[in-house]
Design a protein around this ligand. Structure first.
Ligand code: GAP
Length: 497
């Protein structure tokens, strides 16, 4: 992760927000290359999910909605994470990410240890237990630790568990529910009647606008409403770079089906669609897996939720959730607003509230997955035969920020420069391309490798003196071939969209 974060900063993909003031935790800015990468991911999703399908329409709803939306959806009452405070350090922890274990020697508990969730939480707790035993100079057989998180701590244990901030027991509070919605005020008054929320998900926009879309959109079940937009969650512990942040972007789609339709079939359809879409933007299947939420942990209305998991450097984590939510959301809005959320079924002549399958993904999590799986370091030989390390981002041409770099072989030859600029301007009408004339050609290739540009074209003397072809250099194979201008355009047309 450190390597990826450093590359993102060095090459202008992603920065800490407001860094000149020391940064603000959980907020990030996308630099010139990052914004292109992210936009390409959004565009691919929008094109594949909305424009290329006949059964999905788009929506852009407002970020601040009527506060009753969030009462109806259950977010005001229940969008909480369990929070533990450390009264001494004033630090806050998510209770389900703070682990502890009794330290048991020869069957007797001699103390407690704690650790924040990591790839090796049990190992860290075991080390802490050994160290406690040594510190207390206790003889006997140390039993293996038994990690539990703070939501499972018994009241009498809480005072004995050390705070990860101070290493001492006695300062942790029992877990309490912390609502993650950001509050604000609408209008000039600053009282309870003016409270509103920054949306914690885009999904409620689709439910709240279900009627106007049905009334105007010429849609028929089964159909979906899709939206891309910012969401905000006051995460207690934002972490792992852009994986869990407080301001992030979601791409969600609500797919409405007949109440008697086979929800499991549609659920499977969308899981498969999402996986194959991820593959189409370059994520290897080997890094993807599925996790079915256990039935016992599902909300009462949920029929099933499957997460598509991605193998990040910090562990296998949720990338995309596909939930079968029954008709809970529309029914809630019907009840709270008094406006019927029904459709009329011609076949059965019945009115009913449709059910929904919801694939919901964070754009930033995709950006991170794409960067992590694309990053590679290779040993290659330079022009003089010396071995050097080549850093290469093997980004899919669909999402690469720059599609082609146009390079005149020499910058002091006007005929090469003019031809290269002519090609560059023509390509630029349709693609994001880059023109670079400074430095040795090998170094120019390396710069493009590091930011994931799939192809470089070099304009040389053969281009202007012979057949007009130029050298096309492939980022991954480093192979060079001669190619005509129309072939280059055809290649881009085939691979980029
Ligand atoms: N409408 C359903 C919903 O919002 P969710 O599992 O809470 O479900 C959906 O969020 C997706 O949004 C997640 O799978 C993840 O990709 C992304 N996401 C959620 N919280 C995030 C955060 N704090 N930072 C970045 N992405 C987040």
């Amino acid at each position: 992760m450190e390597t990826i974060v450093a590359l993102c900063k060095r090459r202008g993909f992603i920065f800490q927000s407001s860094e000149i003031y020391g940064g603000i935790n959980g907020f990030f800015d996308y630099g010139p290359l990052g914004v292109e990468l992210k936009k390409n991911i959004r565009d691919c999703w929008w094109n594949d999910m909305v424009r290329r399908r006949d059964d999905v329409v788009g929506l852009e709803s407002s970020i601040i909605m009527h506060p009753k939306v969030w009462e109806a959806s259950g977010h005001v009452a229940g969008f909480t994470d369990p929070l533990v405070d450390c009264k001494v350090s004033k630090q806050r922890f998510r209770a389900d990410q703070l682990f502890f274990s009794p330290v048991v020697v020869d069957g007797a508990t001699v103390g407690y240890v704690s650790a924040l969730e990591s790839e090796n939480t049990a190992g860290q707790l075991q080390e802490a237990a050994e160290s406690l035993k040594r510190k207390k100079a206790i003889q006997g057989k140390l039993e293996p630790v038994q990690p539990r998180d703070m939501t499972e701590a018994k009241p009498e244990e809480i005072a004995l568990i050390p705070s990860p901030a101070t290493g001492e027991p006695g300062s942790l509070t029992p877990p309490r529910a912390f609502n993650m919605m950001f509050e604000t005020y609408v209008g000039a008054m600053r009282d309870a009647s003016a409270v509103a929320y920054l949306r914690p998900e885009t999904a409620q926009g689709m439910f709240a606008d279900f009627r106007p879309v049905v009334d105007t959109g010429r849609v028929k079940l089964p159909f979906g409403i899709a939206q891309i937009g910012k969401s905000f969650r006051n995460e207690i512990t934002p972490r792992n770079f852009i994986f869990r942040s407080r301001e992030f972007e979601q791409m969600e789609m609500e797919f409405f089906i007949h109440e008697d339709d086979d929800w499991a079939k549609w659920h499977r359809h969308w899981i498969d669609w999402c996986k194959s879409w991820l593959h189409s933007i370059g994520l290897p299947e080997s890094h993807l897996s599925e996790y079915d939420h256990p039935k016992a942990k599902l909300a009462f209305y949920s029929k099933g939720t499957t997460d598509i998991m991605f193998r990040y450097p910090f562990g296998v984590q949720e990338l995309w959730g596909i939930a079968a939510r029954g008709n809970y959301d529309l029914k809630q809005h019907e009840q709270h607003s008094g406006v019927p959320q029904v459709v009329f079924d011609e076949a059965s002549k019945k009115k009913f509230v449709p059910h929904v399958i919801e694939p919901a993904v964070g754009v930033d999590r995709i950006v991170l997955a794409v960067l992590c799986s694309a990053y590679a370091e290779e040993q290659v030989k330079d022009d003089k035969g010396n071995v050097e390390t080549r850093v290469v981002l093997r980004l899919s041409p669909r999402v690469a920020p720059i599609k082609v770099a146009v390079l005149p072989l020499l910058k002091n030859k006007p005929e090469l420069v003019n031809r290269a600029q002519e090609l560059y301007r023509r390509l630029k009408r349709r693609h994001n391309v880059f023109y670079d004339e400074s430095g040795a050609i090998g170094r120019r290739y390396r710069r493009q490798d590091e930011i994931g540009t799939p192809w470089c074209v070099t304009i040389d003397f053969d281009t202007i003196e012979k057949d007009g072809t130029f050298t096309l250099r492939d980022r991954d194979s480093m192979q060079q071939t001669r190619i005509k201008e129309e072939q280059l355009f055809a290649l881009l047309e085939e691979k980029v969209f």
